[in-house]
Design a protein around this ligand. Structure first.
Ligand code: RFL
Ligand code: PHB
Length: 396
């Protein structure tokens, strides 16, 4: 059996990039279809990011999908850094006039899917064998299998929002993309624990034993991370060992208490910086993790995905409404400017906060001096804060 359908934009991937793009296009009156290879349940349960930049929250509100976010998210007015047995705070609101929101990525995804489907949006889960064809011509197609049926989706454009391991980037001929890459010599072991957070801001800890991060998801759930070896096995970390190590690396002063509780989710995330350029090949446009990834130390991946599609939606709308190609031509260059700003910030935060085995006394002291400076100088803390809360999205 075979079925053929047509739309203006075929969106591959129902992560933050694909879903936000779909909402932006629908608001502009442009037809689109989303296909996703995992189940709805899987996509809605995948625990990942938790920090939403100021411009990301503004866009979600603008799209009318932030009612639950506004009720349930936690507004953080600053962040703390722990090092040399001290705690230092950077006040985002004082430095920039802006705050960030802590709200799980899977909650954003749930809200976007619910609203998309409630208004009759086309979204197909559990599709297999997704292949893009003819992107160098004027009428590309996507073929895929769903429920034993071969589907053929014709479109004016294809949006590759299928993440780092998706099929869109690899479908671009070798030699057309320039790749920039850094792999870090460590990974993050992350847990979600049923333990009420005892601070109302994140704590990034640089400790001789390695980096640790204290974060949260709700007044009942703590989110914690530990720097571990890049090839670390999860089985080697019992609950006791995880809590013990967190206790050693996180602050030990009287003002902080690490509450423990049942661990309800755990995983190991490799750390990598990666950019593929340009973010376009013919009528295929890459957005989000499909084009670039950052180490999570800057809390930027999701936000960068949203920033990309905010530009892509305008470029597609202009062309499809008026035939004006300028936005499509400038898409990649405009996005990559912000991508590289965020790449630098994420690399810098990663370099400043982790333990590097090759560090000698000189390198270690220079690292601690930078933390000291960034948390005490008004100029340097403002630079960190304006990057952390999110620089404005580019406009075409
Ligand atoms: P996603 O979310 O990976 O979505 C891609 C979607 O495409 C689907 N897919 C396909 N669909 C159809 N056909 C195919 N052939 C397909 N192949 C894949 C996938 O199933 C998926 O649903 O990419 P997107 O939309 O670009 O969003 C990017 C973000 O998910 C990512 O950057 C962030 O999660 C990164 N990240 C963080 N970002 C932040 O902004 N703030 C944070 O605090 C933050 N913390 C994190 C993070 C990522 C983490 N991990 C696990 C990678 C913490 C962690 C631990
Ligand atoms: C999280 O809460 O998952 C989180 C927060 C800050 C980061 C990375 C992840 O830098």
């Amino acid at each position: 059996m075979e079925s053929t359908a047509a739309t203006e934009v075929a969106i591959i991937g129902a992560g933050p990039a694909g879903l936000v793009l779909a909402h932006l296009l629908r608001r502009a009156g442009i037809g689109c279809v989303i296909i996703e290879n995992r189940s709805r349940d899987h996509v809605e349960r995948r625990v990942r990011a938790g920090v939403l930049e100021h411009p990301t929250v503004a866009l979600l509100r603008d799209l009318g999908v932030a009612a639950r976010l506004d009720r349930e998210s936690m507004t953080h007015r600053g962040v703390e850094f722990a090092f040399r047995g001290e705690r230092r705070r950077i006040d985002f609101v004082e430095r920039t006039g802006k705050a960030i929101s802590v709200y799980g990525q899977q909650e954003v995804v749930k809200d976007l899917i619910a609203s998309w489907l409630a208004d009759g949006g086309a979204l197909f889960f559990e599709v297999d064998d997704v292949v893009v064809h003819g992107v160098e011509g004027a009428r590309p197609t996507v073929t895929y299998r769903a429920g034993g049926v071969e589907h053929r989706l014709e479109a004016a454009f294809i949006a590759g929002c299928d993440g780092f391991h998706g099929i869109c980037r690899p479908s671009i001929p070798a030699g057309r993309l320039t790749l920039a890459d850094r792999v870090y010599p460590f990974a993050w072991l992350g847990i979600l624990a049923e333990a009420p957070p005892t601070t109302d801001e994140l704590i990034y800890a640089n400790h001789d034993r390695g980096f640790a991060l204290y974060s949260m998801r709700s007044p009942q759930i703590t989110r914690l991370y530990l720097q571990v070896a890049p090839d670390e096995q999860l089985e080697r970390w019992s609950d006791d060992r995880i809590w013990d190590e967190l206790g050693r690396r996180l602050p030990t002063d009287a003002g902080f208490e690490l509450r423990t509780g049942p661990i309800i989710e755990r995983g190991i995330t490799p750390m990598r910086s990666f950019v593929a350029a340009p973010m376009r090949h013919g009528r295929l446009f890459l957005a989000g993790d499909a084009a670039h990834i950052v180490p999570p130390t800057g809390a930027k991946g999701l936000n960068l995905a949203v920033a990309d599609v905010s530009v892509l939606a305008v470029a597609l709308e202009r062309f499809l409404r008026t035939g004006d190609e300028d936005g499509l031509v400038r898409y990649s260059e405009l996005c990559l400017r912000r991508v590289w700003r965020v790449q630098h910030f994420s690399w810098w935060m990663t370099s400043m906060l982790h333990r590097f085995d090759e560090h000698d006394t000189f390198a270690r002291e220079v690292q601690l001096s930078e933390l000291d400076y960034v948390t005490s100088s008004e100029a340097a803390s403002t630079a960190l804060a304006e990057n952390y809360v999110g620089l404005p999205f580019a406009t075409l």
